[in-house]
Structure formats: C-alpha cells, structure tokens
Design a protein around this ligand. Structure first.
Ligand code: UDX
Length: 448
C-alpha cells in the first residue's frame, strides 16, 4: 500500500519507518527542509534506539522516502496520516490543533481517488469531526474518510511498541476505511494482534483515558511513597504487594520524582479542559495534574534533607536530565524543576546525561556545569542526585565516588540502589518512599 505520513516528529518518523518495514511504501513529509535534508542523508533528528537502522534499511529497499511537499505522496496514497504536533496552547492548556487543520486542508486540496485520512496526533474528542468539516469545506467532492488511530508509543521503546502493541485502536464506522486500516495493519494481525474498531470519538478518548489512567497510577504510588516515608513503610514492597493482584498489575508503580515527557503532562491537562467544557469535570485527573506539578518542585527538598539543611554554597552533582532513560527528550523533565530549585536555594549544579545535555543547555540556567561522565561531575560534590535511571548509573563505583566527592551523600530519586547497602558503603542515602538504611526489600519473586 502507499502511505503518506505528514510530520516527521517522533510519532511520524517511528510510525512511517515501521509501516515501511511491514512492506508498505511510505513517504514522510515535513515542512522543515533541514529535517528532510537530514533524513535523506540518513541522519535521524531524534534519539530512539534502533530507528537509524530501521530507516536506513527501508530507505535502501526503496520503501521509505522523504519530501517537503505532500502533493505527490498524497495523490498516490491510500492512507494519509496526520502526525503533526499538538502542543499545549499557551495560557489555557487546550491542545493547539492549528497544525492538524492546516494539514487536513492541504490534503483535501490534492487528494485523488478514495483516500483515508488518519489522525495519529493526539487530539481531543471531536477533532475527527472538525477535520472532516475542514476537508469537506475545502473539497466538497473529495472521496475521503477521516479515521482516528491513536499512537501508544513509549519513547525509548517506540519500535517495539509499534511492532508488538498490546492493541491497535481504530476509530471509524465506515466499512471502506476499515478495510484500508485492516490491510495496513495486516502484518500485525497475523500475530493475533487485537485490532480494535470503534467509533471515532471513542477512539480519540481512549488515547487520553489511557494516558490519564497511567499518570494517575504513577501519582498514586508517588503519594503512597510520601506516606511510606512518614509511617516507616517501604513503597517498593507496597507496589509489589498490590501489583501482584492481577486487577492492579505491577507496571507503572515505580515511585519517583513525578512524571514528565511529551505526553502525560500535556494530555492530562488537555483532558481536564475537555471534561470541564463538556460539563463532566474529571476531578481525579485535575488532582493528578496538581499533585504531579507540586511534586516535581518539592522533591528537591530531599537534597536539603540529605545535607541536613546546610545547602547554601554546596555543590550538587546531578546524574540524568531527560524525563526518562533512552531518550534525549527533556520536555517537562522533573530535572528542570529540581535543578532550578537547587540553584534558587544557593547550590551549584554539575550535571551529566548520556543523551540529553544538548537540549538541557537550552532549558537550564547558564550556571550549570556539564561533565563528560558521572565521576567528572561528582568531583568535589557535596551530594550526588540521581534523577533519571539510565543503565549507566546502575553500577556506580562508590569507593571511587567516596574518594572524589567532598562528602558521601546520595539522593536516589529512582530507587535504583538498596538503602542497607548504601549505609554499609558509608553513604548518607535518601531515596523515595523507603526507610533510610532499611534492609533490602522482601525477597518475593518479582512479577515484572
Ligand atoms: C507515554 C505512554 O506510555 C505512551 O503509551 C504514550 O503514547 C506516550 O506517553 P512516554 O511519555 O514515552 O510514553 O513515557 P513513559 O514510559 O510512559 O513514562 C512517562 C513518565 O512517567 C516518565 O517521566 C517516567 O519516568 C514516569 N514513570 C513511569 C514513573 O515515574 N513511574 C512509573 O512507574 C512509570
């Protein structure tokens, strides 16, 4: 099949490359000429494990190409995906749909023959109806169906998520569009993939409901971690104890500094706005948004606590800046609020991240020093803070750290080390929702 993918951001590029890998012919389109130039030269504008190889392979096979103009690709395509950005609109938190509508208008002007226009961008309920209206206005005679097909790709695991998804949701009630979507995802259906068809508005809501639920799950365990700290319980055991209940499940119960990224913060906020407007406010999600915002700032107090309140003039070494490992994405990363809070309290920050430092330099105060690795930034530091759980930070040499740090203090915001072992190593240790220096958590076999 012929596919046009409009938008070569994260979702567009991963989806385009994966559809090409299924054997379809895909053209990825972006107005940003420098991005298209890069992609044509085989360079990938984002960091996503495996994506460079996937793009190169499909490009070489003649199934994947790139263009700044959508005319040719849309004329030929049976399915045209809209995968442009939907940033939070400044001021009100609503999703900004101007790029989506602009793409719809352009598609309408050039489409030939029956064409399925698929919204992959995360869009509020009812956007499909609007896209359809925009298209009909531009080209009343066009033979076009508008379908919703939300993405559920995690950064860092996006290719795996695309090729082995838990489900694919398709929102359309039109049998012709359904046939095109089934053919597109056929390589997945061969592996018994649950391809779920539903109404367009329902499909749009599924995406938001899924992300809101996951954000709520994380926020639940984060608040539980605060409670654990007050009552002397261990949040990892609480998570395991409830996660073994199949109705709850073990995933997304890792307590930490609060969720960030390009999806959860934006989508939860947009969903609360939609719900308020619809007269059915989602008070749980409103609270999740508020609790998470406060947490990303308040968690910096752990550093103060670890340093017994003596913070002015202290040097803090920060490991991990991106909102999670295996990405270079800094959007809404807790590291931003935490580092700003540390600097406001009079501390100096030395930071290291395997992939995020270029982006961090644009977002963090200019006074931050960037090092080439954990040991360089730890030199002379009064406290080491792990904000993101990159694998490279999971086996640090603490004997070496003790010799280069001014004092052996570790704040572990991802609970990757064991309190008792840190105590044995002579480190003052603060983590999230676990008693300081407590024995290793229970020996139940992990369900994950
Ligand atoms: C998310 C969704 O998982 C994906 O389905 C959706 O389409 C896009 O948004 P992503 O933002 O890439 O994906 O990252 P994810 O792995 O979901 O993590 C989001 C945030 O939650 C990160 O900041 C992460 O550190 C945090 N998190 C996640 C926790 O703090 N604890 C957890 O248990 C899980």
């Amino acid at each position: 099949m012929r596919v046009a993918m409009i938008g070569t951001g994260y979702v567009g590029l991963v989806s385009g490359a994966c559809f090409a890998d299924f054997g379809h012919h895909v053209t990825c389109i972006d107005k940003d000429a420098s991005k298209i130039e890069m992609l044509r030269e085989g360079r990938i504008p984002i960091f996503e494990p495996g994506l460079d190889e996937l793009v190169a392979r499909n490009k070489a096979a003649g199934r994947l190409d790139f263009d700044t103009d959508l005319t040719r690709a849309v004329k030929e395509a049976e399915a045209v995906f809209i995968a442009v950005g939907t940033p939070s609109r400044r001021g009100d938190g609503h999703a900004d749909l101007s790029y989506v509508f602009a793409a719809a208008r352009e598609i309408a002007n050039v489409a030939e023959g029956y064409t399925v226009v698929v919204t992959k961008s995360t869009v509020p309920v009812g956007t499909g109806d609007e896209v359809e209206r925009v298209i009909r206005e531009a080209r009343p005679d066009a033979d076009i169906s508008v379908v919703s097909n939300p993405e559920f790709l995690r950064e860092g695991a996006a290719i795996e998520d695309f090729k082995r998804p838990d489900r694919v949701v398709v929102g359309t009630e039109d049998p012709r569009a359904r046939a095109v979507m089934s053919a597109l995802y056929r390589p997945l259906s061969l592996n018994n993939l649950p391809l779920m068809f539903t109404a367009r508005r329902t499909s749009e809501l599924i995406k938001y409901a899924g992300n809101a639920f996951l954000a709520m799950k994380i926020t639940f365990i984060n608040e539980m971690a605060d409670l654990c700290e007050q009552v002397g319980a261990n949040v990892q055991d609480v998570a395991r104890g409830i996660g073994l209940d199949n109705r709850i499940g073990p995933k997304f119960l890792h307590a930490g500094p609060g969720y960030g990224g390009s999806c959860f913060p934006k989508d939860t906020l947009a969903l609360t706005r939609t719900a308020q407007q619809a007269g059915a406010p989602l008070r749980i999600i409103e609270t999740v948004v508020a609790v998470n915002d406060v947490r990303k700032l308040a968690i910096a107090r752990k550093v103060e606590k670890a340093l017994n309140g003596q913070v002015r003039g202290k040097t803090i070494a920060v490991l991990g800046l991106t909102f999670k490992p295996n990405t270079d994405d800094m959007r809404e990363s807790p590291a931003i609020s935490i580092i700003n809070a540390l600097i406001d309290k009079g501390m100096q920050v030395r930071a290291y991240d395997p992939e995020g430092m270029e982006e961090a330099k644009r977002l963090l105060p200019a006074s931050v020093f960037y090092g080439t690795g954990p040991y360089e930034v730890a030199e002379g530091a009064d406290c080491l803070v792990i904000i993101t759980e990159w694998d490279a930070f999971r086996a640090l040499d603490f004997e070496r750290l003790k010799t280069i740090m001014r004092q052996p203090v570790l704040v572990d915001l991802r609970n990757i080390y064991v309190p008792e072992q840190m105590a044995q190593l002579g480190f003052a240790y603060e983590s999230v929702g676990r008693p300081t220096g407590a024995p290793a958590e229970s020996q139940l076999t992990a369900a994950e």
